[in-house]
Design a protein around this ligand. Structure first.
Ligand code: ADP
Length: 223
């Protein structure tokens, strides 16, 4: 489903070049649940963003069902992401002025289709109920607890029924019970719908629950 071929990522600094990904190649199969683990600064988030079509590699390619993501013009890549790729960001990136429901349904509103907003809202409510937040629909992010915000972000990532969900450190800012709940949601989804889940984590309890672990160290896959 996803094939990364020899991806490199460099950042230009004032007086040197930071080589963050140093030739990463990997394949991810449809329906797989995979964890990317490694020390802080190893390049895990950078890799996730490159695999998910969010951040252009400096060299190499990423194919999504055989389509080279980075030869697509930006608007087409954005449309592909919107339709097929869900992201749960490390900092969640919920829009503060929108309610939980409005945040969740945003990807469906952005998507170019003819569905009525009232129908989309019903789907959004259902998703919020599934993540245990049926009573928080009109809350804004600032009115949600630290354990509730990632669940709204997870519901938003699932809104367009993506083929793959990328999740960056679901337990990063959470107590272990909330982190486990996010993981429960993703794993039960995978069991039901075979959606692919790729999770960046340093949490061994999460890594133990996935089908495959890849280790990254200093920008390279190891082991
Ligand atoms: P990890 O997720 O494994 O902790 P990251 O992928 O976030 O690591 O970052 C890897 C390295 O790349 C870090 O040293 C980080 O400072 C650097 N880095 C990440 N993004 C940028 C950027 N936009 N500009 C410059 N350096 C960056």
């Amino acid at each position: 489903m996803i094939k990364a071929i020899d991806i490199h990522k460099t950042y230009k600094q004032a007086d040197n070049i930071l080589h963050v990904l140093k030739g990463v190649s990997l394949s991810i199969a449809e329906g797989e649940v995979m964890a990317i683990v490694g020390p802080s600064g190893a390049g895990k988030s950078t890799l996730l963003h490159n695999l998910g079509g969010l951040d252009l590699p400096s060299q190499g390619s990423v194919e999504f069902f055989g389509q080279d993501l980075y030869t697509l013009p930006e608007h087409k890549r954005a449309a592909l992401r919107n339709e097929h790729i869900g992201f749960v960001f490390q900092a969640y990136h919920l829009l503060p002025e929108l309610t939980a429901l409005e945040n969740v349904i945003l990807p469906a509103l952005v998507k170019n289709n003819s569905r009525k907003t009232s129908v989309i809202e019903l789907d959004g409510v259902k998703l919020l109920e599934e993540v245990g937040l049926g009573t928080r629909i009109t809350h804004r992010p600032s009115q949600l607890s630290g354990g509730e915000q990632p669940r709204v972000a997870t519901a938003r990532a699932l809104m367009n029924n993506p083929k793959v969900i990328f999740c960056d450190e679901p337990t990063g800012n959470l107590d272990s019970a909330s982190g486990a709940m996010v993981m429960d949601i993703l794993l039960s989804l995978n069991a039901r719908t075979k959606q692919t889940v790729v999770v960046v984590t340093h949490d061994e309890r999460i890594a133990k629950r996935v089908g495959r672990i890849i280790n990254i160290k200093d920008g390279q896959l190891v082991g």
